[in-house]
Design a protein around this ligand. Structure first.
Ligand code: KIV
Length: 281
């Protein structure tokens, strides 16, 4: 099984072959994703909301991200692995940004992702200079939710559309190998993809990107709470999970689980011997 590198991703774009990316936060899901030959795995800071139950991604720490990245890394043999830099791991200083990006690489990542446009160009330049490939992230950037005023589509007027195009071009100049474009109208996403030479990965931004990413929990139908319009669930695991748990509950209560087919036994000979010894005491 050949490991996917940054060169393979760039070659896919050059050939017009779509790139697939999914988030993963745990060893089992990362294992199944990697076996399915998905190109890239993102340990997203969506971890905070979909796995840890936080209300936003803001509380997610470097420790939490590295803990889950290490679990994912143990399963990923083939896919390109990207670690998502959490809030406050790159905002405070360039030194902190470079140090934290390097910690993701030490945990086994092939690249890091961070959110923002022109405002984070200095951090991206420094991280790239340290030898760490960077994936940018523009449009709906959940770490700026307070500033954005909610999880809303971005670039819906002339000023914000122009800013998004400028952000993408500046990220490219800063040295990113790709950009995630989240919740941006498809016409604008198409223009950004045409104007930039780096890989564009869309989420909620329509079909005109070089690749697509989804949160694995959404894809599998185990979203808890609000499910955005752009999400397509390819399974409804939530109902299967609930059904399985109810069945277990029912069978234990009525005594049909465990049956002897799910139990260990002793040979008759040994059992008679044990009984003889214990009865004589
Ligand atoms: O954190 C995340 O999962 C992400 C993807 C939605 C791109 O940033």
């Amino acid at each position: 099984m050949k490991k996917i590198t940054i060169l393979d991703l760039k070659a896919k774009k050059a050939r017009g072959e779509r790139i697939t990316m999914l988030t993963a936060y745990s060893y089992p899901f990362a294992h199944f994703i990697d076996e399915s030959e998905i190109d890239a795995v993102l340990v997203g800071d969506s971890l905070g909301m979909v796995e840890l139950g936080y209300e936003s991604t803001l509380p997610v720490t470097m420790e939490e991200m590295l803990h889950h990245t290490q679990a994912v890394k143990r399963a990923v043999r083939r896919a390109f692995l990207i670690g998502d830099m959490p809030f406050m791991s790159y905002q405070t200083s360039t030194e902190e940004a470079v140090k934290n990006a390097c910690l993701f690489m030490k945990a086994g990542c092939d690249a890091v992702k961070l959110e923002g446009g022109t405002e984070v160009v200095d951090k991206i330049e420094a991280i790239v200079k340290a030898g760490v490939p960077v994936l940018g992230h523009i449009g709906l950037t959940p770490q700026r939710i307070a500033q954005l005023g909610g999880y809303k589509v971005q670039g819906k007027d002339i000023k914000t559309a122009q800013k998004l195009l400028q952000d993408a071009q500046e990220l490219e100049r800063a040295g990113v190998f790709g950009i995630v474009i989240e919740c941006v109208p498809y016409q604008l996403t198409k223009l950004i993809t045409q104007r930039c030479s780096v890989i564009t990965i869309g989420i909620g931004s329509g079909p005109y990107c070089d690749g697509q990413v989804l949160v694995i929990n959404d894809l599998l139908g185990i979203t808890i709470g609000h499910k955005p319009k752009f999400v397509k669930s390819y399974a409804n695991l939530a109902s299967q999970i609930k059904e399985a748990i109810s069945q277990f509950q029912k069978e234990v209560k009525e005594g049909s689980f465990p049956d002897l087919g799910h139990a260990y036994s002793l040979s008759d000979e040994l059992w008679q011997e044990i009984k003889r010894i214990t009865d004589s005491k």
